[in-house]
Design a protein around this ligand. Sequence first.
Ligand code: ADP
Ligand code: GN1
Ligand code: MG
Length: 373
Amino acid sequence: MDRATCCSKVDEAIANIQFDGELVEKKLFGNGHINDTFLTVFKKSDGHTKRCILQRVNHKVFKKPDELMENIWNVTEYLKKKIIEQGGDPRRESLSVIPSKDGKSYYRDSIGCYWRGFQFIEDAVSYDQVNRPEQFYQSAVAFGRFQNMLADYPAETLHETIPNFHNTPARLEALKKAVQEDVMGRVKEVQEELEFIRERREDTYILMDMLNKGELPLRVTHNDTKLNNVMLDSETGKSLCVVDLDTVMPGLALNDFGDSIRFGASTAAEDEPDLSKVWLDLTLFESYTKGFLDACGDSLTEKELDMLPMGAKIMTLECGIRFLTDYIQGDTYFKISREGHNLDRCRTQLKLVADMERKWSQMVSIVDKYRKK
Ligand code: ADP
Ligand code: GN1
Ligand code: MG
């Protein structure tokens, strides 16, 4: 079912979730590539207005939305308890699901699309690009803390919402298949990108091999640590809350580190068409490294610390592979808003990989500077 058909049921979803009051406004919100997010405003009986988030879960991407919502419900309940223990405010520092009128964590509408409500986190901002290095530092603290808070979470109870999500060799296989099928006839346009990726085939195995040999631990990780998945306090600028919990699953700390770097430590937007603007910004790399290690460095192993630069490179390469696969397959996974959008996104990622290779020794020195000896 396509996005527009699902979104035609937005009013039915609103009527079936326990929002309080009369709807006075709804509009599309945020810049996520997967789900459809709405900001909704309700007028309550006491005359006050209240904002809420309504999301349509993309069930083409998340095949089992009921399992996904079970994860989110359990993880947020767990986080809220921890936040209270640590003297924090669970209403601002964690997502809170608003149940459906039939008491579930989601609502399945009359055409089979899935919806969920969240309390709106007020006086908070998320960024699509870093304006000041301090913001990136704070996002690192948020993700590092998030990982720490979930360190004892019973990982075996989590459903794998997207199997092989960060299995980079499997992502490469998917690209090869897309190239063989070439359903859109686009492969001829992307020879240079394919060659760049082929030359780095061996790299795609590095982290998965280490995991399989037991050299890297499996942890409960976020797996989608883009800058815009963190809310910062609008008054203090400090890290507040991690959102977008759809991919919280067992994974590698290095992937969480790397995904943040590829998105936030670039000098340009993820979809910048002018590649002369795209570089790895070492100042931002340093801010994030410092924040991540301040927040969770003590719990990382020596091997994990050694491999942080590699985490950045592999996640960037993997994301480039995924954007290219989607471009070749006809843009069926990531939302696009222009022709060639996924190809532009792929190219920024590959440009960043090349720049990381050039700046490798500096990345290693930065990690060395902040790891505790
Ligand atoms: P997607 O899965 O499509 O990326 P997200 O869950 O990341 O969707 O939500 C999109 C954006 O909406 C986020 O980047 C964030 O800015 C904002 N957002 C999400 N949840 C909340 C919330 N509970 N309160 C305030 N803003 C939110
Ligand atoms: C998607 O949902 P969003 O926009 O936060 C994607 C990530 C990619 C990212 C690229 C479930 O994240 O894996 O890294 O786009 N999420 C999913 O910008 O595939
Ligand atoms: Mg998001």
